[in-house]
Design a protein around this ligand. Structure first.
Ligand SMILES: [Zn+2]
Length: 653
C-alpha cells in the first residue's frame, strides 16, 4: 500500500528517470490519440502518471534537502533539466490539450480537475501560434537567467563586507551565543567578526551596542547590489511581455489566475483595509519606542538602525521574556507525543509508531489509522544535522486518490526541522518558537494526510492556491500559543514540573509586541509588489513608487539612499511576484478560523474540529478555498479576526 523509501544506486538515477519519462511520453502520446476520450480514459491515467513521477523523484529531491552529499547533488542536478524539459513538452502538447478541453464531467471534483488543467495548459501557452510559443520559451529562459543574476549579485554583495571588532565594548551585552558565533582568534588576540550574512547582520542590528557601527552595517546592507536596478528593469519588462502574450493586460492579472483572491482590486482593497486598521496602533507602538530610546539612552531622533535594537530592549523590559527559559519544558519527544495525542482527540485519527526504511537513524515514522482504516504515514526528521538544509518544511510524497484501476492510494508526508540535536546527556529541547514551527508544519501535514479526495490533482495540498496554502498551517500554529494546549506537554525534562503559568502568560502577551508595526511593514511590501506589476515601472520610477507607498506605511521613513528593492529576493528571485500579499491573505483565514474554533478551556471546540476536518482538510483543492471556507463556517473570513488575534485596537501598546 505504501512505497518504500529508497533511492537505489544514485549514479543511475538520472538514467532511470529518463527511462521513466520516455515511457511516459509514449503513454501520453497514445492517450492523446484516443478516438473518443472520456474523463476515465484520459484524466485518470494522466494523474496516475503524475503520481508515478512523484513517487520516483521525491525521495531524491528529499534526500537532497536532508542529507546533502556530492553524489546526491550530482544525481539531483542531473535530473532537474530532464523534468523541466518533460514539463514544457507536456504543457505544450496541443493534441493532448484539445482532448482535455473537450471533456466534461458532472462530478464536482473531476470538473475542478478539468478546469485547473485547461487553465494551466493555457497559462503555459499551449494555444499560442508557433512564433509566440517560441518567444514565450525564450522569455521563460531569460526570466530564470535574470532571477539568477539578481540572486548572484546579492550574494556577492553580501559577502563583500565584514567588520572586525577589537573593542570589547562594541559587543558588550550581546547574547553569549551571538558573541561566540562572531568570535575569531587572531595573532593580535580575540576579535569579533560581523558581516551582512544572516544571522550575523541581524545579531548586530538587534543587540549591537555601538550605534555608529549599526548605521554602517545598515547602510551597507540597504545599498547592496546597485546593479540589480538594471536586472529589475529587465525582469519587469519580460514579465509584462509574457502577460501580454498570454492575453493579460499586466503581470499581476496573469499571476492572479491561479490564486484564491480573485482580482487585483480585491487584494488592493484588502491591503488598504489592513493599513487603515493597523495604522493608529502602529503609531502608538512607534511613539512608545521613541520615548523608550529617549529615556534610556537620550536618543533624540530614532533612526532606522536603532529600531531592532531598542525594540529588543523594550520587549525584554516589558515581558521579562527570554526564549531560553522555555526550553527545559519542551523536550522534543514529549512535545511530539502531546501534539499527536491532541490531534487524535480532536480528529479521531490515531498515530502508531512503525519501523520502516528511512534515510537517517534519527528519523521516526508513524502510521495514521482511524478505526481499522489506514489513513496515511508521516515521517518526522526534526533534529539538526550538518548535511540538512536550514529551516523547517513539510514535503508531501504519496497522495490519497483512486487510480484508474479503482485502487485507493494512501498519502504520506515528511516533516523536517532543525531543532537542537540531542546529546548523550540532554534530550533535544525546543524553544517556544520551535514548538510553533512544529505546529505549523503539522498543519500542512494533516492538510495533505487527512485528504479524502478521489482525484489526485486536487488531493491534499495538490492544486491548493498559493495564497491559501498557508491557512491550515497558520491555523494550527495559533493553538501553540494557548496555555491549555502547552500545559498538556510542557513539563520540565529533569524535574517533571509543569511549565509555570506566568511563563505561559508571557508567551501569549509577547506575541503581540509591535504587531501593528509588523503589519504595516508587510502591507508596504505587498502593495509595492502588487502595484509594480500593474504598470510599466522602469528606472527611477520603481523607487519612486516605493517612496510613495512609504509615505503611508513607514512611520520612520528610511534614508534617501536606502534601496531595499535591490535585495527584495522574494519577488525578483523567488516565486512571489505579485504574490507577496499571500502571507497576510492566508492569515486572515487562519485568524478567523481560530476565533470560530478556539475554546479557552479545552483548546479546540470539539464540533468545530470535526467540521474543520470534513470541510477543509478532507477536501484538498476540490473547490477554491474561499468556497470551502464559506461552506464550513457560513461566512467569508473576516479581517477583524486578524486584528483580534493580535489584540490590535485593544492592547496596552
Ligand atoms: Zn508553511
Amino acid at each position: 500500500m505504501f512505497a518504500t523509501f529508497e533511492t537505489g544506486d544514485l549514479t543511475t538515477y538520472p538514467q532511470r528517470l529518463e527511462t521513466l519519462l520516455d515511457k511516459q511520453r509514449h503513454a501520453i502520446d497514445r492517450l492523446a490519440r484516443q478516438a473518443s476520450p472520456t474523463y476515465a480514459s484520459l484524466m485518470k491515467p494522466l494523474q496516475d502518471l503524475d503520481e508515478e513521477r512523484a513517487l520516483f523523484f521525491t525521495p531524491l529531491e528529499h534526500l537532497h534537502s536532508v542529507a546533502d552529499a556530492p553524489d546526491v547533488r550530482t544525481a539531483y542536478e542531473a535530473c532537474l533539466p530532464l523534468l523541466s524539459a518533460f514539463d514544457s513538452w507536456l504543457y505544450r502538447h496541443r493534441a493532448l490539450y484539445d482532448q482535455i478541453a473537450s471533456l466534461h464531467s458532472d462530478d464536482p471534483e473531476a470538473a475542478r480537475v478539468l478546469n485547473d488543467t485547461v487553465r494551466d495548459f493555457r497559462l503555459a501557452g499551449v494555444d499560442l501560434d508557433a512564433e509566440a510559443r517560441e518567444r514565450l520559451t525564450q522569455i521563460d529562459r531569460q526570466l530564470s537567467e535574470q532571477s539568477n543574476a539578481f540572486e548572484t549579485h546579492l550574494l556577492d554583495a553580501t559577502q563583500a563586507h565584514e567588520w572586525i571588532l577589537d573593542r570589547p565594548e562594541d559587543v558588550a551585552g550581546m547574547p553569549l551565543a551571538d558573541r561566540e558565533a562572531a568570535r575569531i582568534e587572531t595573532p593580535e588576540g580575540i576579535r569579533y567578526r560581523f558581516s551582512l550574512q544572516m544571522p550575523s547582520y541581524t545579531a548586530y542590528m538587534t543587540y549591537g551596542p555601538n550605534r555608529a557601527l549599526r548605521r554602517e552595517l545598515y547602510q551597507a546592507y540597504t545599498t547592496r547590489a546597485p546593479e540589480n536596478g538594471t536586472v529589475i528593469d529587465r525582469l519587469l519588462a519580460l514579465r509584462e511581455e509574457k502577460a501580454r502574450l498570454l492575453g493579460f493586460d499586466h503581470y499581476a492579472h496573469y499571476a492572479l489566475q491561479t490564486r484564491d483572491a480573485e482580482t487585483v482590486e480585491t487584494v488592493e482593497s484588502f491591503l488598504e483595509q489592513l493599513l487603515t486598521s493597523a495604522r493608529p496602533q502602529a503609531e502608538r507602538e512607534m511613539a512608545r519606542l521613541k520615548a523608550y530610546a529617549l529615556e534610556t539612552d537620550g536618543i533624540e531622533t530614532l533612526a532606522p538602525w536603532d529600531v531592532a535594537y531598542y525594540s529588543e530592549r523594550l520587549k525584554k523590559e516589558l515581558y521579562a521574556y527570554d526564549a531560553a527559559l522555555t526550553r527545559p519544558y519542551f523536550p522534543l519527544e514529549r512535545v511530539v507525543s502531546g501534539l499527536f495525542a491532541w490531534l487524535t482527540e480532536w480528529f479521531g485519527i490515531a498515530f502508531e509508531p512503525i519501523e520502516v526504511p528511512v534515510w537517517h537513524p534519527s528519523v521516526r515514522v508513524w502510521q495514521l489509522t482511524e478505526a481499522d482504516r489506514i489513513v496515511g504515514r508521516i515521517y518526522l526528521d526534526l533534529e539538526t544535522r550538518p548535511t540538512k538544509h536550514g529551516g523547517a518544511w513539510m514535503h508531501n510524497w504519496e497522495s490519497r486518490f483512486v487510480d484508474q484501476a479503482g485502487r485507493t492510494h494512501a498519502p504520506s508526508a515528511f516533516v523536517v526541522a532543525n531543532f537542537a540535536a540531542a546529546t548523550p546527556t540532554v534530550p533535544s529541547l525546543l524553544r517556544h518558537d520551535d514548538v510553533v514551527t512544529l505546529f505549523h508544519e503539522m498543519g500542512h501535514a494533516i492538510h495533505h494526510l487527512f485528504s479524502r479526495t478521489h482525484e489526485r490533482a486536487v488531493s491534499g495540498i495538490h492544486g491548493v492556491a498559493w495564497d491559501a496554502v498557508e491557512f491550515p498551517s497558520q491555523f494550527l500554529e495559533h493553538f501553540a500559543y494557548e496555555a491549555t494546549i502547552l500545559k498538556r506537554f510542557g513539563f520540565h525534562y529533569q524535574t517533571g514540573e509543569p511549565i509555570p503559568e506566568t511563563l505561559l502568560e508571557t508567551l501569549h502577551r509577547a506575541r503581540n509586541f509591535q504587531a501593528a508595526l509588523g503589519i504595516l511593514r508587510q502591507v508596504e511590501l505587498a502593495l509595492f509588489d502588487l502595484q509594480l506589476h500593474q504598470k510599466s515601472y522602469r528606472g527611477d520610477a520603481v523607487h519612486a513608487l516605493l517612496e510613495r507607498i512609504r509615505e503611508r506605511t513607514a512611520l520612520l521613513p528610511p534614508p534617501e539612499w536606502n534601496r531595499f528593492e535591490h535585495g527584495f529576493s522574494h519577488i525578483f528571485a523567488g516565486g512571489y511576484a505579485a504574490g507577496y500579499y499571500s502571507y497576510k491573505w492566508a492569515e486572515v483565514f487562519s485568524a478567523d478560523a481560530f476565533h470560530a474554533s478556539h475554546d479557552p478551556h479545552r483548546g479546540f471546540e470539539a464540533d468545530r474540529a470535526r467540521t474543520y476536518r470534513e470541510h477543509i482538510l478532507s477536501r484538498g483543492a476540490s473547490s477554491p478555498m474561499r468556497t470551502l471556507y464559506q461552506n464550513w463556517l457560513g461566512h467569508a473570513p473576516r479581517l477583524e479576526s486578524l486584528m483580534r488575534l493580535y489584540a490590535i485596537g485593544v492592547s496596552d501598546a
